[in-house]
Design a protein around this ligand. Structure first.
Ligand code: SF4
Ligand code: FES
Length: 248
């Protein structure tokens, strides 16, 4: 396949970015989207030009680092996959593909397609943990009975990979699906009850401090989430916050 790529290039956080046109040939339909960018970068390096900076790590849908806006959609045209799981067979010979970074005030562009998602780390640090007695008297987690439905819902929430597609897709740049998943993961399990009150308050406060917007109620986040994280997690986070504010 021959493709025309329009890629966002930006030297650093301070300088303005712009779209640059690249023509690429001999793209196999079996290549992943990131492999196609690897081919482009090899060509740029051979020509002595600056390769396009983009984030990636596991390349199997686990780490959440490969976050690209492709033709106006987070992680591209396919559903329930990350950018690294997108294949070029989803495009046609002669297509033009726009490739941009995830955009949100809380995620400044570091270079080209790489954004700073440390805001998510700071939200996690504010409450995304449990305290466990490690003195040698730790209770075996398997000895604590947990309702199957709760265990399943907690597991589903825990599949959030922190990719930030929900934020990039939301017209308010809201992080509520991400934070809802992280709060739910613990609030559904007995191990998460000890810090339940402080967790939800601290995580929501940190989310607001980082500059994320409020929920737009459009549900776009759920549609574009590669892990199918449900809006139910936002509702659960709101309930947890309400409960916590009465207890405080
Ligand atoms: S909720 Fe979904 S879209 Fe948002 S960070 Fe988690 S995995 Fe990514
Ligand atoms: S590179 Fe890890 S999810 Fe895509």
């Amino acid at each position: 396949m021959k493709l025309k790529l329009k890629i966002w290039r930006q030297k650093n956080t301070e300088e303005k970015g712009y779209l640059v046109d690249y023509d690429i040939e001999d793209v196999s339909p079996d290549m992943s989207f990131l492999e196609m960018l690897d081919v482009l970068n090899n060509e740029l390096i051979e020509k002595g030009e600056d390769p396009v900076a983009f984030d990636h790590d596991c390349r199997e849908g686990i780490c959440g680092s490969c976050s690209l806006f492709i033709n106006g959609r987070a992680h591209g045209p396919d559903k329930l996959i990350t950018t690294c799981q997108l294949h070029m067979r989803k495009f046609k010979d002669g297509d033009t593909i726009y490739i941009e970074p995830f955009r949100a005030k809380a995620f400044p562009v570091i270079k080209d397609l790489v954004i700073d998602r440390s805001a998510f780390d700071r939200i996690q640090h504010a409450g995304g943990y449990i305290s466990v007695n490690t003195s040698g008297n730790t209770q075996d987690a398997n000895s604590i009975p947990i309702n199957k439905n709760d265990a399943d819902m907690a597991f589903d929430a825990a599949t959030c990979i922190g990719c930030a597609a929900c934020v990039a897709t939301c017209k308010n740049s809201s992080a509520m699906l991400f934070v809802g998943a992280k709060v739910s993961q613990y609030s559904l399990l007995p191990q998460g009850q000890i810090e339940a009150t402080s967790r939800v308050i601290n995580m929501v406060n940190q989310m607001d401090l980082e500059g994320f917007g409020n929920c737009s109620n459009t549900g776009a986040c759920e549609v574009e989430c590669p892990k199918g994280i449900s809006l139910d997690n936002i509702a659960r986070m709101n309930r947890e916050l309400m409960k916590a504010s009465f207890k405080k």
